[in-house]
Ligand binder design. Structure first.
Ligand code: HEC
Length: 146
């Protein structure tokens, strides 16, 4: 190969590598919500959810263990628990109706929070999820947006 062609060769190689790296990254980083939903959701979380689910949505320390009445403490919503197993409509339903449909103790927020506000609070806690947890969730969903 002529020396003059070397920069061209390595330049081309770099473009291909960067192209593939971006292709690998972007699906996991595409999230359904906007930054303004996250901001709105954080305020709603502090007002309505923080007392139970914790300051940074880390849940109670022993959240896997039922208390003496057999009820489970508030779990973490920050991606360290099992919240990513729930579909988007189920997350909306849990927040709307609380735990009553499955014998839980979480209070319902129907009437207090609009659908838009419920979506915003989901956006906020999902913004805490690491890339791999979020992409596992969105793969399960088979779609990215609600
Ligand atoms: C009085 C305490 C309390 C408050 C306030 C509360 N939660 Fe909960 N939350 C719970 C408990 C306890 C559970 C576990 C299920 C149950 O017992 O109902 C739960 C479960 C959940 C789940 C299911 C998580 C999973 O991993 O399955 C979500 C999502 C959730 N809460 C979101 C919220 C949001 C958003 C708010 C505020 C709008 C909120 N919670 C306010 C106690 C609370």
């Amino acid at each position: 190969m002529k020396k003059a062609l070397l920069p061209l060769f390595f330049g081309g190689l770099l473009i291909v590598v960067v192209w593939f790296a971006i292709g690998e990254m972007s699906p996991a980083q595409q999230r359904w919500y906007s930054p303004s939903q996250v901001v709105q959701g954080e305020a709603i979380y502090s007002q309505y959810c923080r007392d139970c689910h914790g300051k940074s949505a880390g849940g109670k320390v022993l959240w896997r263990r039922p208390n003496t009445e057999g009820n489970y403490p508030p779990p973490p919503l920050d991606g360290s628990g099992h919240t990513w197993h729930r579909s988007f409509p189920l997350l909306q339903k849990i927040i709307r109706e609380g735990g009553r449909s499955f014998g839980g103790t979480m209070p319902p927020f129907e009437g207090q929070l609009s659908t838009e506000e419920i979506d915003a609070v989901i956006a906020w806690f999902q913004s805490l999820w690491p890339i791999d947890i979020y992409s596992n969730w969105s793969d399960r969903e088979k779609r990215v947006a609600p």
